[in-house]
Design a protein around this ligand. Sequence first.
Ligand SMILES: *[C@@H]1O[C@H](CO)[C@@H](O)[C@H](O)[C@H]1NC(C)=O
Length: 177
Amino acid sequence: MHPIATLIWALAPLATATLTFQVQRASNPSADQTDAYGRIEAAMRAAVDRYNRLAPHANKALTIQYVPSVPTADGNFNGNIRFGSNRSYMTERTALHEIAHTLGVGQTRAFDDKCASGNWPTALPLLRSWDGQGAVINCGGGHFWPYGLNYENEFSQANADRHCLLVDAMLVDGLAG
Ligand SMILES: *[C@@H]1O[C@H](CO)[C@@H](O)[C@H](O)[C@H]1NC(C)=O
């Protein structure tokens, strides 16, 4: 290959919007920390892979922490996600949900404005293509539904895919502000 063609080929992946993540680890982890890191890593790996397959507009470097005192888990627009000690939340469902927060759900002025006005020119038609013309994007308490994956019993492969597709459409609509 021509050297310049090789260079362009090598750099091409950088032009694609991508989520990356890193689980922060203690240098001498306890048994509890080692167990938690393994579960969190697996949950984040599955969620990030799903987002990267289905949500080309999701682009952020995520920093993941195990903070036992956190009641469930939380995600911040600055890219930080914290998991508490309850293993029930160390799941792909929780990871997808918290990633949505890092992308703007419940975190940006744009999310609040669009929720209030229903101004989702890309996301709303997508939702209606699945759930019918009566479907609406509901918001409250910094969350949205359906497909917000707010509870573990909402998780299925199909719902997880739709979650990523819907958040991607929200990003197209200006979720990140
Ligand atoms: C962990 O979370 C689950 C699901 O919400 C809950 O049923 C359980 O009581 C929690 N465990 C602890 C120790 O808080």
